[in-house]
Design a protein around this ligand. Structure first.
Ligand code: HEM
Length: 273
């Protein structure tokens, strides 16, 4: 009974662990997830991480019990044809080589480990382009007055803009963006967009004063998608400043080719022509 329960629990917890692993692999970075109030099948990033940790622990406990309950067959793997106990049997050598290859290969950035890591980065960058970066870390926790101050928006006009857009609940200087968003059935990103589109019709001028973390690694196309910038106009602005710009190149690479820093390129985009 105990043996079967352990085996079945390992099996079921492994399935939950595998599903949560895939979700953790493809989900947005924390700053993006909290800014856009990201969820999948009704669960937030934190909840997916919590389930992964607790069910992962259950799986580990069951896996240890499983080995303990099957100690005899495990020992037979460690014996040679003469039934002598040998640690380095041929399967054990293969297992060691595979494990060392994957571990060392990860640190040396060799295929296929590097491709697996690159794919994860690709999913996270896609999510950043789709949901947008917060202007600064945990901007969703800032009261409206602090957020407007940082972004250079007039507070009274911002509150008016929100009401005009139909976001009428809890519109007050001290309401944190996240609370304001939840009260109006939208996301912190939605609140920002409502204010930005009303107060700063030129989306370039409404870019956050300092480039948010991770901006240098974004392609121009992704940056434009994240902040609602027209791509053609962004390319033109950069080209006018002597930068060879293309949609699929990151700010970091364009800056390096032009002998500038990603921050310089960001300023060029932000500045009115
Ligand atoms: C089937 C085996 C497992 C796979 C494929 C897996 C995969 C992953 C992935 C893809 C992430 C996200 C990494 C990132 O943010 O880029 C993650 C995070 C994590 N994993 Fe696992 N995992 C496995 C087993 C476990 C086990 C057994 C435990 C512990 C009991 C565990 C604990 C954690 C923790 C604590 C995090 C960080 C979660 C967070 O950021 O909120 N994992 N894992």
């Amino acid at each position: 009974m105990f043996r079967r329960t352990v085996s079945l629990t390992s099996f079921l917890s492994f399935i939950v662990l595998a599903v949560t692993s895939v979700v953790l692999y493809i989900q947005p970075h924390g700053r993006v997830a909290y800014w856009a109030d990201w969820s999948l099948w009704g669960l937030s990033k934190t909840q997916w991480g919590d389930i992964h940790l607790t069910v992962g622990t259950l799986f580990l406990i069951c896996a240890i019990l499983h080995v303990w309950l099957n100690w005899k067959p495990v020992m037979t793997y460690m014996k040679n044809a003469a039934r002598e106990l040998v640690f380095f049997t041929r399967p054990m050598v293969y297992a060691c080589v595979l494990t060392v290859f994957v571990t060392a290969g990860t640190l040396l950035h060799i295929p296929p480990m590097q491709q697996l890591m690159d794919l994860g980065t690709w999913f996270k960058d896609r999510a950043t382009a789709t949901y947008g970066n917060p202007p600064y870390g945990h901007a969703e926790l800032s009261p409206l007055v602090k957020f407007c101050g940082y972004m250079g928006f007039d507070l009274e006009k911002a509150m008016q803009a929100l009401k005009t857009k139909g976001f009428t609940n809890k519109v007050a200087p001290e309401t944190p963006l996240l609370e304001l968003a939840e009260a109006n059935d939208t996301t912190p990103q939605g609140i920002y967009e409502a204010i930005r589109s009303a107060l700063a019709p030129d989306p370039f001028a409404a870019l956050p004063p300092a480039p948010p973390e991770g901006t240098g690694k974004m392609t121009l196309a992704d940056l434009c998608a994240a902040y609602g910038l027209p791509l053609d106009a962004a390319v033109k602005k950069l080209e006018n400043a002597g930068v060879t710009a293309s949609a699929g190149t990151t700010l970091k690479d364009m800056a390096a080719a032009a002998g500038k820093s990603p921050r310089d390129l960001y300023s060029i985009l932000r500045t009115a022509e």
